[in-house]
Design a protein around this ligand. Structure first.
Ligand SMILES: Nc1nc2c(c(=O)[nH]1)N[C@H]1C(S)=C(S)[C@@H](COP(=O)(O)O)O[C@H]1N2
Ligand SMILES: [Mo]
Length: 197
């Protein structure tokens, strides 16, 4: 092989520039859930953004689907060390959902059906960085992967991408969610290996 770098041959190598440190590639799509899969029908599903003044912005499934839909392809990185490159999603950007929201808070808590929570700074949800996704690979998102809809914040470790998401709560101060209270990092940047405390 001599002077030829293995990374030259394409994606998926350990030295692939798309792979954050300590990650390896998977072709599958592992399911990681801290509890049972909640079964939420689109009819009962709703998404809310609740501000510090108690104002609640609410979207039914029909209203949510009527919003501008984005098709995005992103790499995802799980803290348990698998990464998946170029995953395809369809959903609504948080920029779209926040258009009507007025808040002075810098932090958010994502809440899921089933009780899961995870904290994400508002800056990490805006400017084309996050979506409420309801399709994966051109198909309705499977319940095991968070269907009807999940948060997708691909630039942070995948535990921040709350499955079965039902709302965002605006917070004046950062607070730990479920995994963050159990040893995971408050922010979770895969490029800085912010895995645990
Ligand atoms: N509601 C909820 N969201 C969740 C989780 C969970 O247990 N419950 N697990 C997180 C973790 S640790 C990971 S790695 C990803 C896994 O998503 P997947 O099962 O679609 O691969 O979902 C995240 N979102
Ligand atoms: Mo995870």
């Amino acid at each position: 092989m001599g002077i030829v770098s293995s990374g030259f041959f394409g994606r998926g190598r350990r030295d692939d520039p798309a792979l954050p440190p300590g990650q390896h590639l998977t072709d599958g799509f592992p399911v990681l859930s801290a509890g049972p899969t909640p079964r939420i029908t689109p009819e009962e599903w709703e998404f809310t953004i609740t501000t510090e003044t108690g104002q609640v912005h609410r979207w039914s499934w029909t209203e949510f689907l009527a919003l501008q839909q984005d098709d995005v392809s992103r790499d995802i990185h799980c803290v348990t060390s698998w990464s998946k490159l170029g995953t395809s999603w369809r959903g609504v950007s948080l920029d779209t959902l926040f258009e009507s929201v007025e808040s002075d808070c810098e932090f958010t808590m994502a809440h899921s059906y089933g009780g899961y929570t995870t904290n994400v700074p508002l800056d990490d949800l805006l400017d084309g960085k996050a979506w409420i996704a309801h399709e994966f690979d051109g198909e309705a998102l499977e319940p095991a992967h968070g269907g009807p809809a999940r948060l997708l914040v691909p630039h942070l470790y995948f535990w921040k991408s709350a499955k079965w998401v039902r709302g965002l709560e605006m917070l004046r101060q950062d607070e730990p969610g479920f995994w963050e209270s159990n040893g995971y990092h408050m922010y979770g940047d895969p490029w800085r290996e912010e895995r645990y405390w």
